[in-house]
Structure formats: structure tokens, C-alpha cells
Design a binder for this molecule. Structure first.
Ligand SMILES: *[C@@H]1O[C@H](CO)[C@@H](O)[C@H](O)[C@H]1NC(C)=O
Length: 181
């Protein structure tokens, strides 16, 4: 019986690789209204979760933009940091990041966005269209199933000696689980 079930699950995965393996919750975010307005949101439908954004950037952003992704893994009620780095997107495209987790998330994101992750950022509308992960996602090979918290902040330094300005920040919890039906 168990073997038959396992085989069935395997078959379902082979036939339909787009089985959802992520659940998003507890989104909090802040946008700097002097630069942008819009929404960041979680969508859920039939047990499939997606993370999205629809943001209008009002002015050009260039110089230096430091993003600080902070990824934590929840193990036995305690958060353990897996990633906590500063990345200047005016110097390095996040899809080329030396950090394999950041690089993989950035590469996956490019399937869902209609803009470049690398600065400069021109005024316009920036869409993240239903980011999700399926059982084929390369991220699943880098981090184990379980619960996570991702916090990300973006800070703008228009000139090297200018004071830092917060552009936006968000925090989201997500859970990765084995693809089953
Ligand atoms: C992204 O798509 C929206 C909606 O179609 C469009 O208005 C916007 O100009 C696009 N942004 C870029 C950077 O191409």
C-alpha cells in the first residue's frame, strides 16, 4: 500500500512538475512614498501560493542601491540565519551573486518580473507576477523543507557621501514542503 502511494506521488510529479511546494504568509512591507507607491501581496488559490508586487517608481534610482536579504530557517522554534548579506545592485546583478541561495532566488525571480534586477531603476511600473516555486525549482536542492523568514531591505545612496534613504523593505514567512497531492 505504501509503495503504491509512493509510486502514485512519483507519477503525479513526473506528469505535472508544477506541483506547488511553497506556502507564503505574514507579509509585512513598507514603501518609501517619496520614491514609489503600490502594493506587495500574497495570493492563494486552491492551495497554490504566490507572492506578487505592483509598484510604480516615481523617480530614477541610481548611484548605489544596497539590498540586504536576510533569510532565516526556523528549527525547533528558533531562527537560524542562512543568508545575511549586503549586495550593491548598481555593481553586481543579483543573478550573478556569489551567494548561491541569493543567486538562485534572483534567477527564479527573473521568470516573474518585467524589469532588470540591476540598477539604475528608471521611473515606471514594476511587476512581480505571481512568484511561486514548484517541485522543479533549483532552490529545493539548496535549502531543506521547513519554515523560513525572509526579510529584505533596499537602501539608496544617491552619491557616496549622501545619507542613506530606505527605498522599501519587506518581511515574509514561507514554508517549503514535499510535493504531494
Ligand atoms: C511592466 O509591465 C507593465 C504592465 O504591462 C508596464 O506598464 C511597464 O511599463 C512594464 N515595465 C517595464 C520596466 O517594462
Amino acid at each position: 500500500m505504501f509503495k503504491q502511494c509512493a509510486l502514485l506521488v512519483l507519477l503525479v510529479q513526473l506528469i505535472d512538475p508544477s506541483v506547488a511546494v511553497v506556502r507564503f504568509e505574514n507579509l509585512k512591507y513598507e514603501l518609501n512614498k517619496d520614491y514609489m507607491h503600490g502594493n506587495i501581496f500574497i495570493k492563494s488559490q486552491n492551495d497554490k501560493y504566490a507572492f506578487g508586487a505592483d509598484v510604480e517608481l516615481a523617480k530614477k534610482v541610481e548611484g548605489s542601491v544596497i539590498i540586504t536579504p536576510h533569510l532565516q530557517h526556523l528549527i525547533k522554534g528558533e531562527y537560524h540565519t542562512m543568508v545575511n548579506i549586503d549586495l550593491d545592485t548598481c555593481k553586481v546583478d543579483p543573478v550573478m551573486s556569489e551567494n548561491p541561495i541569493v543567486r538562485t532566488i534572483a534567477k527564479e525571480s527573473t521568470k516573474f518580473i518585467n524589469f532588470s534586477l540591476m540598477c539604475p531603476y528608471n521611473p515606471g511600473r514594476y511587476l512581480l507576477n505571481d512568484f511561486t516555486l514548484d517541485s522543479e525549482s533549483p532552490l529545493l536542492k539548496l535549502i531543506p523543507n521547513g519554515k523560513y523568514k525572509m526579510e529584505l531591505k533596499a537602501t539608496h545612496y544617491p552619491t557616496p557621501d549622501a545619507p542613506p534613504t530606505m527605498l522599501f523593505g519587506y518581511s515574509i514567512d514561507f514554508e517549503l514542503f514535499a510535493a504531494t497531492r
